[in-house]
Design a protein around this ligand. Structure first.
Ligand code: SAH
Length: 353
């Protein structure tokens, strides 16, 4: 039996209005409540001073109002990057990162507590999946960071812990709320969702014709090598994945970003680069090269600067747009998922009282 109270911050405006009118409120209260939650990012129902006190009391009594607690913040002294660790209601923790770019501020959020995709190089995979995040828990990461920094967040990337397309319905609701004009009204074009390659969900997403950017974690250009790095490749082969990407572009007109993390001696040879060019030839896409962020207990190391530049040049010569991911916040922590993991281990050893 599900005895959880309704999570009002995860409802869209129509659902919220239906919910409160069923409880005897006037419909216009729906928009007021929605704006308090998603535009003013209120941290409590008590802040919503233009709602009648009796209504506020009813909401407090009968609903869940999701607010994440900051468990830790690490701030880079080099570039303004801030890494947040948030505590969820049930004791789970998630990580989010605030990054400053010339083009605006970007927030990287988690979509799940843990992950069950099992990528061999990723810290988030080590302890498996704990649970999916709700739409409100995804939104709250953005709202909390925007409140904490006092700065406008112009881009959101779903590239933290978790596989967003493994939490498909909640992800979609999150995108709806994030981009709604009565909320913080983010442009879909400023949102990127990164996936390890769940083909059925990529196809389903294509039909939604959203204007978001889809990023595919490719990391290898051959089926065999991809399987050795990412177990998901055994389920969805590289040919089906590429066909799904072409279909996504056809349906949305949005250029795909391919993420290619570089692991020295594994996927950074000249042959690897040639194969990658062959795979992407003729596609309207963009490649993002990411030197691997070494994870404790995993053997992968990044290539040297020369190796990196030689792959970049190889792609450029074939006319494939390529960028190297800037390393931000290198003084505060290592790979994504590591901060969460460190804290979960500490919490296990000495339960917080
Ligand atoms: N599950 C999604 C999003 C989360 S991971 C996905 O797979 O795309 C975000 C990106 O970081 C992915 O491209 C992932 O493969 C990459 N990544 C994970 N661990 C890494 C590490 N230690 N070094 C470099 N990239 C890593």
């Amino acid at each position: 039996m599900n005895n959880k109270k309704p999570d009002i911050k995860s409802m869209d405006l129509t659902e919220l209005t239906e919910f409160i009118t069923a409880a005897g409120q006037k419909p216009f209260r729906g928009r007021q409540l929605y704006q308090w939650m998603h535009q003013k990012c209120a941290t409590s129902i008590d802040e919503m001073t233009n709602l009648p006190k009796a209504f506020r009391d009813e909401l407090k009594e009968g609903c869940t109002y999701t607010v994440l607690k900051q468990a830790n913040v690490q701030a880079s002294t080099q570039d303004g990057t801030r890494k947040y660790l948030f505590l969820l209601e049930d004791g789970n923790m998630v990580e989010s990162v605030f990054m400053r770019y010339k083009t605006g501020n970007s927030v990287c959020i988690s979509s799940q507590a843990g992950c069950r995709m099992g990528c061999k190089f990723c810290a988030s995979a080590i302890d498996g999946l704990s649970r999916n995040l709700t739409p409100s828990e995804m939104l709250e990461q953005v709202y909390q960071i925007s409140r904490d920094t006092g700065e406008r967040v112009s881009n959101v990337v779903v590239m933290g812990t978790g596989e967003p397309l493994d939490n498909y319905d909640n992800l979609l609701q999150f995108l709806t709320l994030l981009c709604n004009e009565d909320g913080i009204h983010m442009s879909q074009r400023n949102v990127t969702v990164s996936t390890c390659g769940l083909v059925p969900q990529i196809l389903e997403l294509a039909h939604k014709k959203l204007q978001i950017t889809l990023a595919i974690s490719l990391h290898a250009a051959s089926q065999q090598k991809r399987c050795s790095l990412m177990p998901v490749a055994n389920r969805y082969g590289i040919e089906d994945l590429m066909a799904a990407c072409r279909y996504y572009f056809e349906m949305t007109g949005r250029r795909i970003t391919f993420e290619y993390s570089l692991f020295a001696g594994v996927n950074d040879s000249k042959e690897d680069a040639t194969m990658l060019c062959g795979l992407l030839s003729g596609m309207n896409c963009h490649v993002n090269l990411i030197p691997v962020n070494p994870v404790k207990g995993r053997e992968f190391v990044p290539p040297g600067k020369e190796g990196l530049l030689s792959i970049k040049k190889h792609l450029e010569q074939k006319g494939i747009p390529v960028t190297v991911r800037r390393t931000l916040g290198s003084d505060i922590d290592a790979a994504c998922g590591q901060l969460r993991k460190k804290y979960m281990e500490i919490a296990e050893k000495s339960p917080l009282s």
